[in-house]
Design a protein. Sequence first.
Length: 446
Amino acid sequence: MEHAPADLSLSAPLDMAFLPVATGFAEQAALGLGLGRAEAMKLTLASEEVFSYLCRVSPPGQGVLLKAQGRLYCVHLSFVFQTRHLDLRLLNLTASPSLEDQADLDELGLLLASRSVERFSVQDQDEQGLRLLLIKDKAYPADEEPPPPPPPFAGPLAVGPAQDGDLLLLARMLRGQAEPCPHDFTIPGKLMDMGASGEYGVLVARDRQGNLGGAMLWRYLAETSFWTTSGGSTVTCFGPYLFGQPAGSTLAADLVEACLGRLAKSDALGLLCTMPTSSLPREYFEKLGTLNFRDGQGQDRELAMYYRELREDPGASLWASPEVIPFLEEQYRRLAFARRLRPASHQGERRPEHSVLASRFNRSQGQAVMHPVWDGQDLAANLERHLRAFLGEGLANIFCEMDLAHAWQAACAPSLLDLGFTPRLVLPHAGQGDLLLWQYAGEPAL
């Protein structure tokens, strides 16, 4: 059964006298929305630090809107406020505050806040103000059951929506197979909550005894995958995953067609496949391009990404640095997407002193992705600091995603080129605009 997200909100003056009100709201909302005591306390700590910081930097008389949303497997806590005179640099992964600098001590709470949650983002909502979003995941127990072997099937397989029991079994079966799969899908309780959250769709192929022969999963329109965290007008799919199927089986195509049938009723513009399995029927998709991956043994392989248009592409006006316009024009010509590219570069405009990058990791694959979330004069240096940190941890697969809806993000292309990144492919409508995915190549591209 799908679960409608619960929304709670609190409007409060940015005055330290109301700090207990704000933290009490965060704590009780987190507990009421399903977080355990330990996770709720971490989110409460983060809310305390953010509220205190906003009180220090906001002009008198301003307020903040706190909103909490439960999604079964995580809780979103956002702060919407008007002041834009912020120094958010301590949100960066590479931040190292000086204990002898009073300004750093005043902002130390932001460092604690960013380390207390799994993910964060900063968005400028124009007249509504800035929105700082903190995301805290629910903790789940480890599953001790071994992955089951593929069973003998009783009769033909029928494709249909997954039930809770299917998801419990599917998580264990995914843990025992070698196809690319998000780690969260291998945690039974988490996968069951994801399926009930309304954000995910899951189709399974089962026989009359309930044995699973395959599955296809997708996520609707929000923080869609490892590659797309900005939200957008696309859906990301995972699979198809097949279990115990003979050569020549048409089950993979059956699952993809059933998925497309479901999505035809949605508002999504397209379907992204960023973790294709070996059984994905490529004829249903357009190839966006490839990335190079190096495994733990130093062996290189290619990862292709695919896209299926669900509705006629509406076109878009995007920003791009002149250095990458030829690459983008070739990609859009090949994919037959109508895009107007406007040159982006810094023109001496006033910019905040410090930038912020969000980072995501898949350490088992030696993989890191960074995404600019706040512009600043030190953006080039910040990109370099993050790159050095990733290389220092031995990560071999380093990427940066750039939302071409934002001129300031597009304008950092020369800095990425100078650091040795190269543009690899475009993810249509995967952010507020298209996302341009860059890969660190180990040497300057120009």
